[in-house]
Design a protein around this ligand. Sequence first.
Ligand code: FES
Length: 262
Amino acid sequence: MSVRRLAPDPVQPKSFAFTKENAAWAKTVISKFPPGRQASAVIALLWRAQEQHDYWLPKAAIETVGEMLEMPTIRVLEIATFYSMFNLAPVGQHFVQVCGTTPCRLRGAEKIIGICRKEIGEERHVSDDGAFAWLEVECLGACCNAPMVQINNDFYEDLDEENFTRLLSDLRAGKPVRKGSQTGRSASEPARDRKSLQDGALYDGSAIGGWTKAFADRVKRAEAARKAAAEAAAPPPTAAPSPAAEAKPARASRKPANGSAK
Ligand code: FES
């Protein structure tokens, strides 16, 4: 892990203040924490400050966040310098983070890094036109679509020399670009010879609730089968006596009145 320091003084702005909208947002975030625990909002506020300030955190922003949360500046500085998601120096308009971990390496990350060197310059330096800076990072969690890069907040995947060069040039020219896979595949479906998950209903929303219905049907069928089995196992009902039989008088006893039989 490299040492992370604040940018040198010449590039540091004199002051920092949240915009009106961001200040209102920060107030809401702080109010979510109990009194005395407002420091818990520090990462959220630092992140918003970075987004507002061209994707990097100047010293003045770190101090401002400390004042808003009543935290000593050193505590905020510790957090800003610990997490690599906070940039401490200018990163250009488009900050390119290239994944250099094994799956991306095996799929050509070396070539993507080569293009960064050629098109942007050395790592951690802003290009001459201020458009780009780049950095090699560890796995960004999109290994299925390797090699990939993150540019500001978005992922660009399935890169090769041609589509990555075109992507940089379109971003530089301010043209709209496609986010995600650059080869057109949806999410991380198989890149070719797709043999599964081909039913369009899986993706158009029509299958929503399908599992609930299938489960309810299965319960109904099981209940009907149980009832049928119970009926089949039950003994046949005994015949009810006919009204004529009920009306017949009881037979007289053959037993003599004195109780002796001859
Ligand atoms: S290895 Fe590159 S995204 Fe995981």
